[in-house]
Design a binder for this molecule. Sequence first.
Ligand SMILES: Cc1cc2nc3c(=O)[nH]c(=O)nc-3n(C[C@H](O)[C@H](O)[C@H](O)COP(=O)(O)OP(=O)(O)OC[C@H]3O[C@@H](n4cnc5c(N)ncnc54)[C@H](O)[C@@H]3O)c2cc1C
Length: 503
Amino acid sequence: MKQPLSIIIIGTGVAGLMAAHQLADVARVTLITKNLIMESNSALAQGGVAAAVDKDDHPQAHLADTLAAGSFFNHRSRARDMVNQAPNLIDELVELGVPFEKTKEGYMLANEGAHSKRRVLHALKDQTGKAIVEVLQQVITGRVVQLDEQLVTEIVVKQNKVQGIIANGCFKHADAVMLASGGAGQLYRCTTNTSGATGDGLYLAYQAGAVLKDLEFIQFHPTVLKTKGSGLISEAVRGEGAHLVNKAGKRLMSSYPRQDLEARDVVSAVMNQAIKRGEDVFLDATHMAYFAERFPFIHKSCRQAGIDPAVDYIPVEPGAHFMCGGVETSNVGETSVSGLYAIGEVACTGVHGANRLASNSLLEALHFAKVAASHLSSKDSGSVYKQADVKEESGHQQNHMLPFREELQDKMSQFVGIERSEEGLLAMEKWLQSFRDKQTTKQEQFEDRCLYELALFITKAARARKETRGTHRRMDYPNMSTEWKDQSVLFQKKHTRGEGTFE
Ligand SMILES: Cc1cc2nc3c(=O)[nH]c(=O)nc-3n(C[C@H](O)[C@H](O)[C@H](O)COP(=O)(O)OP(=O)(O)OC[C@H]3O[C@@H](n4cnc5c(N)ncnc54)[C@H](O)[C@@H]3O)c2cc1C
């Protein structure tokens, strides 16, 4: 008789939840998170999900915008599949109960940077991520095992086949493991990301022998509230008419073809230049009478920071937002390690190229969770990876004498942030390499280690890519280079391709 697979999914954002929902009836699924189940970047997503659902729109136009925003560095066929499937995915989410906002004519669609049409669906006004997470949470309840406060510190692999994981120091067997552990915004001083976004999955995958790819492409979101506690101001706010201005009210983006709705890499770079000149940057939404009604959550964050968007300019700065690169995956979401899958922000599917189009991230996470789950559904336990003898781990992690997290964040922001140069990148690499080993077991120290290792990879990748493309801006190589058009910087622990090689 066919034995169902045992599958461990690491991460309770939209990627992990969607995969759990898809697999719940055909496999024995355990869903694990290091924090509480509702804590993820997914639950913070404001703007929405991009999909060509309007009668005047077409997936072809969505694809064209995705490729242009990504500096044509994207994996085209996967990007095409994703945008083609987007309208069906929306139907499915609605069927599950996601309350996307509607008008009499159809879905209420928002505009965001680098989209040629209004095509962003949103729910609970400006809390789309929360709406999707809550619905998916509901539909998996009772169908999968859910474990919170379980820090995964190792993916156990024998002869390039997954055997299971180590969580809170204990081994748990699995026929397959899905990494859905999100990004690494905590590498930078200013970020939109939750405190748990420390790049654990990238480090775990690297240690397991998987390939890391395109790490130098880190997206900075232009409008992070510049106050204590910070918080994102969704791009949809500019989509509804807010402008970036300096203190004197002069608009920053008026000379650009799409003005305030240029792609994020362009807007963040313009803001960065202004900030370097010593100017403060603001979002002017004072003319938007409906601000509080359309963006109640963002309005509340502003008011909590003592800002009234009806009369005050909102102080903003760019913050680390999204990793376009990640763990390299195949068309079905599998990594180069048998039985190890990566979905959502931790993965590098290639659909975003060198810069992600706004609101394509929830879409990517949901779409590839389905693709990977569908691939795994066709397998049974007998057909896959045999369990090997694995000793329980003591919980002691070999660790580096690491820099303080704030120091790392400051240096990453200074040398490996929006603008980069050989001099700064080399100084950063030398500084990172000057740290030594120590032992540790604690969550914060494990996260620091992940951040540290990732900082080194990103710095090396950024040094290697001698051109400017998308989110990667080299002041000493300000143009796109044909030589780098199809090249990726890869890192792999095993010797098959070697560290820092290119393909
Ligand atoms: C403020 C904000 C607003 C955004 N708005 C939008 C938007 O409007 N539209 C859009 O498309 N995208 C948006 N994004 C991006 C998008 O939300 C994320 O890229 C996406 O939600 C990632 O989903 P995920 O499931 O891959 O990871 P996440 O949602 O980040 O979840 C990661 C999970 O992995 C767990 N985890 C991590 N490491 C470990 C470990 N070692 N052990 C156990 N568990 C672990 C975490 O606890 C968490 O549960 C936004 C992001 C932010 C931060």
